[in-house]
Design a protein around this ligand. Structure first.
Ligand code: SF4
Length: 522
């Protein structure tokens, strides 16, 4: 495998992108248009069939795939023609289906924005939960306003090879382009709906998945350069890649053998922590079966130094708690509330393995979990079952986000209310909003005027950067804006910025100026 050509080209071009920036940061992210343009040509040099080592092969030979009956319904068609199982027909009323069908093939086609999909297990929870119905049922409201970013977070600016986002010290890889069920608010609607996304070089193509034979040489090459330069990459300031997040879509839709290929190749390449982002614990917890845990245990026997971090995704306690005939949660005589048996088993099996941690993170979405009481129960019950509460997110600026996003200040208030009465360890979760510059915490929203602060007559909102690309130049930096209770994205604050050492609002202010100049010229 020859990664040399790739790295030389990359370094030269990263260097140029820095030269164009007034703050010493790249204008269009670490991978310039020229470099991305060269990706296809360079691909041949990175490629070459991946050969597992003898150690990997011995592990892979021991893995068995499981057999799963997810009973997935894909698309609205089966609801329209009545071919879904009889008990599932009532999920959509005739009027709802007629309205959705009328949009088919138009610009407002709901299924073209985000495909419809649901498992039998999730349907059983959805049928008794208005909140989960909002999560899983397609609605014409989704396409009333299609404002939004085709590539939220400008991920393509940070994609050195297909399917890898190398933005932080951790790399994110797309390993699947679907999930067992689909959330209507999905942050990855562009990947799942296979939409064409513009790359920094101006070409347009759907986002692709990562491939072992491309990713592993990239990791080895990056880490080699870092090692040769005293632990820091000479151009980006980043440290070695030691953590990879397997994402998508949902990695748990893959078979055990496929997951095992990823785990073993990453471990052999020196990755120390592997995260798996999944909502399968909500959509189909039976996926966490004996064959899966057998694979994990063999993986741990082979690479005992590598830890797994399961990033699960529960939006609402209706996804994992039992209900009585009146729709109330049922107390557990041993404390807390009763969980669905299959979910409880999956969570406790993960918890038995001290080399695996489990964290929950979820967005706060209108009509699903913008409810302090639901979030309080969620945080208490997850922590009681050894799941750490990591982040709650403000909705991203995906296409159609106005149908889902709760105003930022309202989301902060909901989370703050939900944490009243929780213990310190139960209330670890922070509210994060994912800016292009990195994960940003919504730290506080004040209720009273901040005297002397221009635009602070109605109080202020305070943001702090938690994670920043490259060598984390923005980590810890703060931005403050006068309150706007209706704001759902950063551009809603551009007329009331009080203080911005983070440059959080710069691109939105510039965009507004450009728009103003264009309309003035017209
Ligand atoms: S689980 Fe995540 S990736 Fe899958 S549909 Fe839901 S939000 Fe999208």
């Amino acid at each position: 495998m020859n990664c040399g050509i790739y790295s030389v080209a990359k370094r030269a071009r990263i260097s140029n992108s820095f030269a164009d920036s007034d703050k010493g940061e790249p204008i269009s992210g670490p991978f310039s248009a020229l470099e991305t343009h060269s990706r296809a040509k360079l691909k041949g040099d990175i490629m070459g069939k991946y050969q597992p080592s003898a150690k990997e092969q011995a592990f892979l030979d021991s893995v068995q795939n499981g057999k799963y009956e997810r009973e997935i319904i894909t698309g609205l068609k089966k609801f329209v023609d009545g071919s879904v199982p009889e008990d599932m027909r009532s999920l959509y009323s005739a009027d709802e289906l007629a309205e959705l069908q009328a949009l088919k093939g138009t610009d407002r086609d709901v299924e073209a924005r985000m495909p419809v999909k649901i498992t039998r297990h999730y349907f059983e929870q959805v049928k008794n939960s208005p909140s989960l119905q909002t999560l899983a049922k397609a609605s014409p409201k989704e396409t009333y306003d299609l404002t939004g970013a085709p590539d939220p977070g400008k991920q393509m600016d940070f994609s050195p090879i297909e399917g890898l986002i190398h933005k932080y010290e951790l790399g994110l890889i797309y390993v699947a382009s679907t999930c067992s069920s689909h959330c209507r608010f999905c942050y990855r609607e562009e990947l799942i709906a296979k939409k064409e996304v513009e790359r920094p070089d101006g070409t347009v193509a759907p986002k692709g998945l990562a491939r072992v034979e491309e990713l592993i040489p990239y990791i080895l090459e990056h880490n080699k350069i870092v090692a040769e330069n005293g632990g820091i990459h000479p151009k980006t300031g980043r440290e070695r890649l030691r953590e990879i997040l397997m994402s998508g879509g949902d990695p748990m839709v893959l078979g055990n053998k496929n997951i095992a290929q990823w785990l073993s190749a990453l471990a052999e390449a020196g990755i120390e922590q592997i995260r798996i982002g999944t909502k399968e614990m909500a959509f189909f917890p039976a996926r966490f079966d004996d064959t899966f845990f057998d694979m994990l245990d063999k993986f741990h026997e082979t690479w005992p130094g590598v830890t797994l971090r399961y990033m699960v995704h529960f939006n609402h306690p209706d996804e994992f708690l039992k209900k009585d005939a009146d729709g109330n949660y049922i107390e557990d005589p041993e404390g807390g509330l009763q969980w669905l048996d299959v979910t409880k088993k999956a969570v406790s099996e993960l918890g038995k393995r001290n080399w695996i941690s489990v964290d929950n993170q979820a967005p706060i979405i209108k009509g699903i979990n913008n409810d302090p009481d639901a979030l309080r129960i969620l945080q208490r019950e997850t922590r009681r079952n050894s799941i750490e509460n990591h982040y709650f997110f403000c909705g991203r600026d995906i296409v159609g986000h106005r149908a889902f996003n709760v105003p930022i200040e309202e989301a902060w208030n909901i989370l703050n209310e939900s944490q009243k009465g929780l213990s310190g360890v139960e209330a670890h979760a922070r509210l994060s909003i994912t800016h292009y510059k990195g994960k940003t915490e919504v730290v506080a929203v004040t209720n009273d005027a901040v005297e002397g602060a221009k635009n602070g007559e109605n109080g202020v909102i305070i943001f702090k950067n938690l994670r920043s690309y490259f060598d984390a130049p923005n980590k810890g930096k703060v931005a403050i804006a006068g309150r706007n209770p209706n704001a759902i994205w950063f551009n809603d604050y551009i007329d009331r910025v009080v203080y911005d050492e983070l440059g959080l609002f710069d691109e939105y202010i510039e965009a507004a100026k450009r728009e103003h100049n264009v309309s003035a010229a017209e």
